[in-house]
Design a protein around this ligand. Structure first.
Ligand SMILES: NC(=O)c1ccc[n+]([C@@H]2O[C@H](COP(=O)([O-])OP(=O)(O)OC[C@H]3O[C@@H](n4cnc5c(N)ncnc54)[C@H](O)[C@@H]3O)[C@@H](O)[C@H]2O)c1
Length: 317
């Protein structure tokens, strides 16, 4: 297959591009490098620097068997400060790109959505039938693209899979997790363990969870990459898919910190603080649908395995 991977200089995009190349596919890796790192792009991919919303550029790349669309701004708190940027980048650019893809003859899109579309849910695990209720412009931007894709699939313009990831984590030696700013718990905990960050703040210790801290569903980036490859193939049978990608098991913040200390043998200096507005107590996926429709099984997503891979890849930075 010839596959366009947008956001391929980022964490999940680069890992997925690498997996597609390993399976023998041709990859065109597009990224404007606003957040990603050029070094992250797999050497065997054809790199194109530019905006996914540059329709002339997209048309000039010709037809693909599929586009896997990771390119986005991803920081929910930032989206509360600058929603305009998130809607312009994540929504407007996505639709401009999709129109150009269709014109050029590409009719399969696998889209990076997020559990942020569910907002603050009380009951977990969360399945795909749960009413969506994004709590940030970031989550809303994902929902808007999902809705557009659903209509385009409904109207026969393309075939689309929206994959709602829970917490992407782990890493591979070639593609470590490094966001700037870093908003994710495991790399922040590793930063604190090695002294790159003075202390790891824990926001809220009085949630209705086993130890009072928030519970999240961490899924290894390699398992996510595998699901994307499966989703491309599944679109031969299905014109439209909406699937959660998580493990179905939650870990609290304190459990993650314990795991980081166990795996690295280092202490994580921690500051326990107040809740942050907008954080749900628990976000854990039901992954039944992805299991059934993709035959997907997370293989690397036990917490200590995720942290061990995050730590090995962190040390390459
Ligand atoms: N990391 C997570 O836990 C998580 C969870 C749910 C969903 N997601 C989604 O997965 C996708 C990838 O996340 P990530 O963690 O790899 O983020 P990332 O920031 O590492 O990668 C995103 C990449 O997209 C590029 N980009 C942004 N806007 C662009 C544009 N208009 N044109 C071209 N390139 C552009 C950035 O430069 C960056 O390299 C995002 O869509 C994100 O919303 C991530």
């Amino acid at each position: 297959m010839r596959v366009l991977v947008t956001g391929a200089a980022g964490f999940i995009g680069s890992t997925t591009a690498e997996q597609l190349l390993t399976l023998g596919h041709d990859v065109v890796a597009l990224d404007n490098l606003v957040r990603g790192r050029r070094a992250n792009v797999p050497a065997r991919a054809t790199f194109v620097e530019g905006d996914c919303g540059d329709s002339d550029l997209i048309r000039s790349l010709g037809a693909f068997d599929a586009c896997v669309h990771f390119a986005a701004r991803i920081e929910p708190a930032d989206s509360m400060a600058k929603p305009d940027i998130f809607f312009a980048n994540n929504v407007a650019q996505s639709f401009t790109m999709i129109e150009a893809l269709i014109e050029a003859g590409t009719t399969k899109v696998v889209f990076s959505s997020s559990c942020a579309v569910y907002g603050n849910q009380v009951e977990t695990p969360i399945d795909e039938e749960r009413a969506t209720s994004p709590h940030s412009p970031y989550g809303e931007s994902k929902m808007m693209v999902e809705q557009g894709l659903r209509w385009m699939a409904e109207c026969g313009r393309l075939r689309a899979a929206s994959l709602r990831y829970f917490n992407a984590a782990g890493g591979t030696l070639a593609h470590p997790e490094r966001h700037d700013p870093e908003i994710h718990l495991i790399p922040r905990a590793l930063d604190a363990a090695v002294g790159r960050r003075e202390v790891l703040s824990v926001f809220g210790t009085d949630y209705p969870t086993s130890d009072g801290t928030c519970v999240r569903d961490y899924v290894h980036v390699s398992d996510l990459a595998d699901a994307h490859v499966r989703a491309i193939h599944a679109l031969d049978q299905h014109s439209q898919l909406t699937l959660n990608l998580g493990t179905g098991t939650g870990s609290s913040i304190l459990q993650v910190i314990d795991s980081v200390q166990r795996v690295t043998g280092l202490e994580v200096p921690t500051r326990l603080g107040e809740r942050r507005p907008g954080d749900p107590a628990e976000a854990v996926a039901s992954n039944q649908r992805a299991r059934e429709l993709l035959g997907w099984r997370p293989q690397k997503s036990l917490l200590d395995d995720i942290v061990a891979d995050a730590w090995s890849s962190y040390q390459t930075l």
